[in-house]
Design a protein around this ligand. Structure first.
Ligand code: 13P
Ligand code: SF4
Length: 336
């Protein structure tokens, strides 16, 4: 059996939290064993976002992916318990899809600068001012905000959903930068819709700048740059490929034989996943960490599986459950 150290030894992200020595891995292994045993006993499923610590991804997760892929897994599981190391809104989405199951968010700090940037009351006030608009929210929103909107999107299906919507007037919230990128996409693809956007941002992705892209493109003329659509429009325009976290991963994996360097402009979790799964890749430049995603830990997951606190068990107000579910289901409907 491959040890945790064997799996994680190639991770080279410039942060002590991402430094997996042999000793550290050996300390983590008993925790992993306990979690996996308990998981089987309790018929629990662990869904981990690609941004969480690699010891969670490669030690205990049943599925790893982006917000859309994990929502799809949550939709079809027959496990009795879902443990969701990621951020709060992702665990909430799993609960919206599974009102009868126990959904656990082990993370004590599961915020998200986007989800925290708008409330349902603010959405309802916007709806009064824009009664003819279809309200599209990013999946990075609370359940209450979803219930106040018509359809949600993720970074992997945003362009498809917007294009497929039968309406001409769309209000997109809360990510201003993704909204600007949608406007750009609509202009480039002659999609004739009116799009209003609100003013939230992801504190991680808004930090990437074109300076690093230009500097590295000079140093490596064959560099390929991949960016998440939460980055600024300037960064997206200077990049070669735009996509969700899973789309970035899949693109790099399928172009790995071209043997040129890649610059990955998203959270460090994607870089570390590529370093684990394809250590031969040439990854250059820096990445940024999301403090919310990185608040998940193996010890919290074990504690939450053994005896979750009230705060770790997701509940959805019955008054908003149907509205939030309709919003998420509309996304599945328009994603193809
Ligand atoms: P994905 O939809 O690509 O998983 O992104 C979620 C997220 O929070 C990005 O910052
Ligand atoms: Fe939210 Fe940004 Fe963290 Fe994603 S990376 S969870 S959008 S704060």
């Amino acid at each position: 059996m491959t040890t945790l150290y064997e799996k994680l030894k190639n991770i080279q992200v410039d942060n002590p939290l991402c430094n997996y020595t042999k000793e550290r891995c050996e300390r983590l292994e008993p925790l992993i064993e306990k979690i996996n045993k308990l998981k089987a006993e309790k018929n629990a499923l662990i869904l981990a976002h690609s941004y969480v610590h690699p010891d969670i991804i490669y030690g205990v997760a049943d599925h790893v992916g982006d917000s859309y892929g994990l929502a799809q897994k949550a939709k079809i599981t027959d496990a009795e318990i879902i443990v969701f190391p990621a951020v709060r809104f992702m665990a909430e989405t799993a609960k919206i899809l599974n009102p009868q199951k126990t959904v656990i968010d082990p993370n004590p700090n599961g915020g998200c600068s986007l989800a925290d940037s708008i409330t349902a009351d603010q959405v309802l006030a916007l709806r009064l001012r824009h009664p003819d608009h279809t309200f599209v929210c990013y999946i990075n929103t609370t359940a209450a905000v979803k219930a106040a909107c018509d359809v949600c999107v993720t970074s992997s299906n945003v362009y498809t959903v917007i294009k497929n919507l039968p309406t001409k007037k769309v209000f997109f919230l809360p990510d201003k930068l993704m909204g600007e990128n949608i406007l750009n996409y609509m202009r480039e693809n002659n999609i004739d819709k009116e799009l209003l956007v609100s003013d939230g941002t992801c504190y991680v992705h808004e930090e990437f700048s074109c300076d690093e892209i230009h500097f590295l493109k000079q140093k490596y003329p064959d560099l390929e740059v991949l960016a998440h659509p939460e980055c600024t429009q300037e960064v997206i325009n200077a990049s070669d490929v735009t996509g969700s976290t899973s789309q970035i991963l899949n693109y790099v994996k399928s172009h790995k034989d071209e043997n040129h360097p890649f610059l990955i402009l998203t959270e460090c979790g994607i870089t570390s996943r590529l370093q684990v799964e394809h250590p031969e890749l040439r990854l250059v430049g820096t990445c940024m960490m999301c403090k919310y995603m990185k608040s998940n830990s193996l010890s919290q997951i074990l504690q939450a599986l053994e005896a979750p606190t009230k705060e770790q068990i997701i509940t959805i107000d019955p008054a908003i459950q149907d509205g939030a579910l309709a919003c998420v289901n509309q996304m599945f409907r328009h994603s193809h």
